[in-house]
Ligand binder design. Structure first.
Ligand code: NAD
Ligand code: KPL
Length: 303
């Protein structure tokens, strides 16, 4: 079965190249004619793994191509994902699958609700990749991919295809717990690195602020039935800060490069969920306001 990959950015290219290398049929779906022309001019996708570049001239098409889609990997940013799926929704085969590779939460649930005729699988990824140039991607950090379906605990039959393609993949019956845990880590670290304009390690100078955020995130997670995701959160946050002390968080990098952030699906989603629960989250709300003020001052979308 063909893997249709929507979004040929960092993770989309990483998945597409590894699947193709393992002999899977892969079809890229690019946003518009200009991207398709640029892709063809580039001669395909180039992926760097372990210092070695390899080019993969994968077939690419536009969203309005005619062929039905049975398996769709959505590898756009959270704020683009729903519109991207809408652009190909008329091609989704009944009983098809949508794999959602977004960080944070909110976009996945909206897509699963809007297209219930397909099975939506949520993915939490700790792999690292970045685009060096259009259609040139560097595989920067090995990690894990956790897959799950909040509606159905049964894994898909093709799961081991991912391992054969060197994509480390694990099935979890509780993908929301994984996504909430990662969201909480990102909320405790990323916004502060933007506000203090520092590497992750710089937050060790703001330890009490980080710990206070962890406490509030723990209250939120417990209130929404994600107590497992709250377990020893502060310890893990401090461990991650120490282990990645020399790195800039993904949000800090986005802001430094004047790219839109995924704040609306991280801190924004946490604050909205708290409000729906009638939960007071003063520190997280204040953090969101400070971050939004900074984003607006830089000319970036505040959500
Ligand atoms: P990216 O910006 O590199 O790639 C996204 C791609 O989607 C871009 O090429 C963009 O042009 C394309 N796109 C947007 N709208 C589209 C549309 N309507 N039709 C077709 N293509 C469209 O993003 P990324 O870094 O690959 O991140 C994807 C998701 O994975 C994000 O939620 C991110 O937080 C998450 N993530 C990324 C990494 C990483 O290391 N890059 C790691 C873990 C999680
Ligand atoms: O995921 C991260 C990011 O930078 O987005 C870490 C390294 C955990 C920091 O929050």
């Amino acid at each position: 079965m063909t893997w249709h990959v929507l979004g040929a950015g960092s993770l989309g290219s990483l998945w597409a190249c590894r699947l193709a290398q393992a002999g899977e049929a892969v079809q890229l779906i690019l946003r518009n004619e200009a991207r398709l022309v640029a892709y063809r001019a580039a001669g395909g996708l180039a992926l760097q793994t372990g210092g070695q570049w390899q080019r993969h001239n994968l077939p690419a098409e536009l969203p309005n191509a005619e062929f039905p889609i049975a398996r769709l990997l959505v590898a756009c940013k959270a704020y683009d994902a729903e519109a991207a799926v809408a652009s190909v929704a008329h091609r989704l085969a009944a009983g098809g699958e949508i794999l959602l590779l977004q960080n944070g939460l909110g976009s996945q649930q909206r897509i699963a609700e809007r297209w219930p005729q397909a099975r939506s699988l949520f993915i939490s990824s700790t792999e690292g990749a970045y685009r060096q140039a259009p259609f040139e991607v560097v595989f920067a950090g090995k990690g894990q991919n956790w897959l799950g379906d909040p509606q159905d605990a049964q894994p898909p039959a093709w799961l081991n295809t991912l391992e054969q393609a060197q994509i480390s993949a694990h099935w979890t019956p509780d993908i929301l717990a994984r996504l909430w845990r990662k969201l909480a880590l990102n909320c405790a670290i990323n916004p502060l690195t933007v506000l203090y304009d520092c590497r992750n390690g710089g937050l060790l100078e703001h330890r009490s602020e980080v710990l206070a955020l962890c406490e509030e995130l723990g209250h939120l997670l417990t209130a929404i039935g994600q107590a497992e995701a709250a377990d020893a959160l502060a310890d893990e946050v401090l461990r991650v800060i120490e282990a990645t002390a020399a790195n800039y968080s993904s949000m800090q990098q986005d802001v430094a490069a004047r790219r839109r952030t995924e704040i609306g699906y991280l801190l924004g989603h946490a604050c909205r969920t708290g409000a729906q629960q009638g939960l007071a989250l003063p520190r997280l709300q204040a953090l969101a306001r400070r971050l939004q003020t900074k984003l607006i001052a830089l000319g970036l979308p505040p959500d």
